[in-house]
Design a protein around this ligand. Structure first.
Ligand code: NAP
Length: 301
């Protein structure tokens, strides 16, 4: 039986695995963390068709259950690269190597860091990249959220439900987030919008006790007393391990269009990892189906 290695068990990878399995193709689905990808760190999802409003973890579970019912299992490993091996490929992981006649890369994206002093030092001790995962540790305490996109506004609105004061710190005067996220955050009285400010330094002793922010118009620096800093400044591609086989864009995304076909025959890219305009769960699942179909056609010669 032909086998396809799918890297990543987010919505794109799980859908690709499902379509491959349904077509009678062997699947090795590799995931380094929890299945579901970014869905697991999203509080509520209200724009995935078929669900009026669903928790991120719950939608992940539904997708996993469907996969499990099809007999697909997930192998835990962190993929570091892909090598050509005869007619097929060897996908290298930290724990093992996996052979495939074709490969679908659906590894998603990673959370961007701000890069200010204190960020790395206090990671896990007051600095967090996931409000849904860590918010409860800050119940009853004041926190700051950095960023002006959908994630930051969504995180701020979520944290406003459990923290007395939430400061939304954004580097511009204008938010990038969609109107519905802005409306939801602005309806919370305990969110203070701090525009045109940049994180200068995260401070504390053992844990975070505050954040110094710089007014980008006047240069003035002030300190906000907060116990938590939630960073939501966007996402970066993490495709360095694949760059020797597939072309990447200048931003590091895999250079593949809606067909999910990469520059290397036999390797396909699905979901947020490829160069695309709209990064959503629904576009990731669509990519998963397309990539699986392309892989099947490739295997059939
Ligand atoms: P994003 O849309 O790229 O926004 C990142 C925000 O962080 C921007 O406001 C940006 O400022 C700011 N920023 C970037 N680098 C920074 C830095 N070094 N220091 C300070 N601020 C910085 O990222 P996102 O909000 O994580 O969203 C990522 C993707 O997921 C988007 O496509 C988004 O639509 C999607 N998403 C969808 C949903 C949903 O539909 N349910 C929910 C969440 C996210 P500027 O505005 O000045 O560039």
């Amino acid at each position: 039986m032909k086998n396809v290695v799918v890297i990543g068990a987010g919505p794109a990878g799980m859908t690709a695995a499902l379509y491959l399995s349904d077509a009678g193709v062997g699947v090795t689905l590799i995931e380094k963390g929890m299945y579901g990808g970014q869905m697991t760190t999203t509080a509520r999802i209200a724009n995935y068709p078929g669900f009026v409003d669903v928790a991120g973890w719950e939608l992940s579970q539904h997708m996993f259950d469907q996969l499990a019912a099809a007999g697909v299992t997930i192998t835990a490993d962190t993929v570091t690269g892909i090598e050509k091996s005869g007619e097929g490929f060897t996908v290298k992981g930290i724990n093992g190597s996996f052979s495939g006649d074709a490969v679908i890369i659906a590894n998603g994206v990673t959370r961007r860091r701000i890069g200010c002093p204190g960020e790395t030092e206090f990671a896990g001790r007051g600095v967090s990249y996931c409000a849904v995962c860590d918010g409860n540790f800050f119940r009853g305490r004041d926190v700051a959220v950095i960023g002006g996109g959908n994630s930051a506004l969504e995180d701020a609105a979520y944290l406003a439900g459990i923290c007395p004061n939430v400061y939304l710190i954004h580097r511009r005067d204008e938010l990038r987030a969609d109107e519905k996220y802005v409306r939801a955050a602005k309806s919370k009285e305990n969110i203070t919008f701090v525009y045109s400010h940049y994180p200068e330094r995260i401070i504390g002793d053992d844990r975070v006790s505050g954040i110094e922010i710089r007014d980008l118009k006047t240069g003035e620096i002030k300190t906000l007393d907060v116990s938590g800093v939630f960073v939501a400044v966007g996402l970066d591609a993490d495709n360095g391990g694949f760059g020797s086989l597939v072309d990447l864009t200048e931003n590091g995304y895999i250079d593949a269009d809606e067909s999910c076909v990469t520059s290397c025959p036999g390797i396909f890219a699905a979901g947020d990892t490829r160069d695309k305009k709209l990064r959503q769960i629904v576009t990731a699942t669509a990519d998963g189906a397309v990539a699986a179909k392309q892989a099947i056609e490739y295997l059939n010669g």
